[in-house]
Structures are given as structure tokens and as C-alpha cells.
Design a protein around this ligand. Structure first.
Ligand SMILES: [Zn+2]
Length: 212
């Protein structure tokens, strides 16, 4: 099975029944979806900034590929989940920096609320408390946690699905018990978020160069 130019190519000997191939694809669907998404993000990031932050370009928001739609008669950025679009107010012919800043501003505000919400939800559910929360703009790490329970999360996490966000939140909460990445640390992650591997998978191979 190979992925080329955003298409999946499956090759099998002709004695393998189609139903079996369908079963394998079904079994691999999460993996395939992740690989296809990575490909999509890489393609989008290859564009020049002028094309990346323009009408019709795509950005990732909460794991969804959203089309940018410039709207002259609006005051604020809106996410239309049903249409998979991000509506960006614009007057005249905005340059790509203005569009980017508006989109980033919207995402940072959303990150502040949604990441905090996920942190509180997982903290409450697992009974693991933290002392402080803040958003970071660093281009080096997705999250961090200090000995005294100050959890920092990168606003760019808002571009990923809730499964990925929850994984990073659980990861940082688990550091309250173990500051390393030992066996007992991963046990703690699994206690906080039993299905953490799904989200962990979604971050694999993602670098800070590959997010917008
Ligand atoms: Zn860690």
C-alpha cells in the first residue's frame, strides 16, 4: 500500500479477494486518514505565503481542513464546521499578512478557551490538579509542565483534532507524577486518557515547520 500525490494505491496478488482488501483498508483507515492529512498539510505549506493566506486556501482547525473564505461584511472570523470553512472578514483586497494575522488571532483566542476546557475536563475526570495554565507561542514544543504544576500548551495545537489535544493535555498532566518518560509515566498517561495512542499517532511526524 502506498500513498502518492494524495491517492492510495493498493497492490495485491490477483488471488486475494476484494473483500479481504476492503477489510485491510478498513483496519488501516485511521492510519491512512492521518497519512493523507499529513500529505495535505505538506502540500498547503509548500505554497507561497501569498497563496497560503488567500481566498480558497486551506487551513487546519480542530483537525478539519477548512477553506478560507474572505467576507467583506463581517466583523470577526467565524468557523463554519458544516461547510468546513473559515470565514475571514476583509475589506478591499487584503494582503496575506492581514489574512494570516486575522486567522492566527482567531485561532489563538479559540486555543485559550478550548485548550483550557480540555485541560479542566481531563484534570477533573482524573482527579489530577494543576496550579496554573497558560498558552505559549513557542515554536519548539507542544506543551510543558513545571514541578509546581504550571501547564503550558502551544496555541497551534488548536489546528489538531480533539484526540490530539487530549493526548498532549494528558501527557502534561502525567508529568505532575513523573517528570521523565518512564514506564510509570506512560502508565499515568493511560490512566488519565486510556485511548491516548490515537492522539499520539496524530502528532507523529508533525514538525513545527509543517504547521501554519
Ligand atoms: Zn513529556
Amino acid at each position: 500500500m502506498t500513498i502518492l500525490e494524495g491517492r492510495i494505491k493498493v497492490t495485491a496478488p490477483n488471488w486475494v479477494p476484494l473483500t479481504e482488501i476492503a477489510n485491510i483498508l478498513d483496519y488501516k483507515s485511521r492510519w491512512l486518514t492521518n497519512r493523507l492529512k499529513e500529505w495535505q498539510v505538506r502540500q498547503a505549506n509548500k505554497l507561497e505565503p501569498e497563496d497560503r493566506w488567500a481566498q480558497g486556501a486551506t487551513v487546519q482547525f480542530l483537525g478539519q481542513s477548512c477553506v478560507l473564505k474572505l467576507q467583506p461584511h463581517m466583523d470577526e472570523v467565524l468557523w463554519d464546521a458544516k461547510e468546513a470553512a473559515l470565514l475571514v472578514p476583509s475589506v478591499g483586497d487584503p494582503n496575506h499578512e492581514q489574512v494570516r494575522d486575522r486567522v492566527h488571532g482567531f485561532m489563538q483566542a479559540q486555543a485559550k478557551d478550548i485548550l483550557k476546557e480540555r485541560l479542566d475536563a481531563l484534570s477533573e475526570k482524573s482527579g489530577r490538579g494543576y496550579s496554573r495554565f497558560s498558552i505559549t507561542h513557542a515554536r519548539t514544543r507542544w506543551g510543558s509542565c513545571t514541578q509546581d504544576g504550571h501547564i503550558r500548551l502551544n496555541w497551534r495545537l488548536i489546528q489538531f483534532s480533539l484526540a490530539v489535544i487530549d493526548y498532549v493535555v494528558a501527557h502534561e498532566l502525567a508529568h505532575l507524577k513523573a517528570m521523565d518518560h518512564s514506564r510509570s509515566f506512560w502508565d499515568e498517561v493511560a490512566t488519565i486518557l486510556p485511548d491516548y495512542k490515537a492522539g499520539q499517532q496524530g502528532l507523529k511526524g508533525v514538525t513545527f515547520e509543517s504547521v501554519s
